[in-house]
Design a protein around this ligand. Structure first.
Ligand code: HEC
Length: 139
């Protein structure tokens, strides 16, 4: 291949890539779609403990429904989902000191399930995007 052609192909490739990446940036995050996907993630990974209405089990599995602890700190809630916890926490006035194991979720799955729980069971919260999850991962 002639150098001219290689250069042409490289430049075309770069142009396509930059158009694609600017398109990606401009597409607004679709919170409703994320919540819908998150419902399935919840059913698979969370519901067995936190229950179908997010009510949990008093003293054992803390509630996500109208949960002050969940909604108080977005980064902490992302890390809770990724890494679990084995610590004392007070949720809606009840102290829990049990253990939740880490859950192996992709950035998108974690953002979806958080958007679901943060916007269900009487909660209302801003979107958590996959980049927020990436940023909250412990290095
Ligand atoms: C095996 C049971 C179990 C599963 C499955 C589980 N959790 Fe938990 N979760 C717990 C327990 C137990 C705690 C309290 C841990 C502690 O005391 O340190 C907790 C705490 C939490 C908290 C912080 C307290 C609160 O209620 O706000 C959040 C948020 C949470 N879990 C979300 C999730 C999400 C989302 C999933 C699914 C991706 C999930 N959990 C899966 C048992 C579980």
């Amino acid at each position: 291949m002639k150098t001219k052609h290689v250069l042409f192909l490289t430049l075309t490739g770069l142009a396509v890539m930059s158009i694609l990446s600017s398109f990606k940036k401009q597409t607004p995050f679709d919170l409703d779609a994320s919540i819908t996907r998150g419902k399935d993630v919840y059913a698979t990974y969370c519901q067995s403990c936190h229950m179908d209405e997010g009510q949990g089990v008093e003293g054992v599995f803390p509630p996500l429904a109208k949960a002050d602890y969940l909604m108080a700190d977005t980064k902490r809630s992302i890390q809770q989902v990724l890494y679990g916890a084995n610590t004392e926490m007070k949720v809606n006035g009840t102290v829990y000191n049990t253990e939740m194991a880490a859950i192996d979720l992709k950035d998108g799955e974690a953002s979806d399930v958080l958007n679901y729980v943060r916007n269900s069971f009487g909660n209302k919260g801003k979107a958590v995007i996959p980049d927020d999850v990436k940023a909250a991962r412990k290095k």
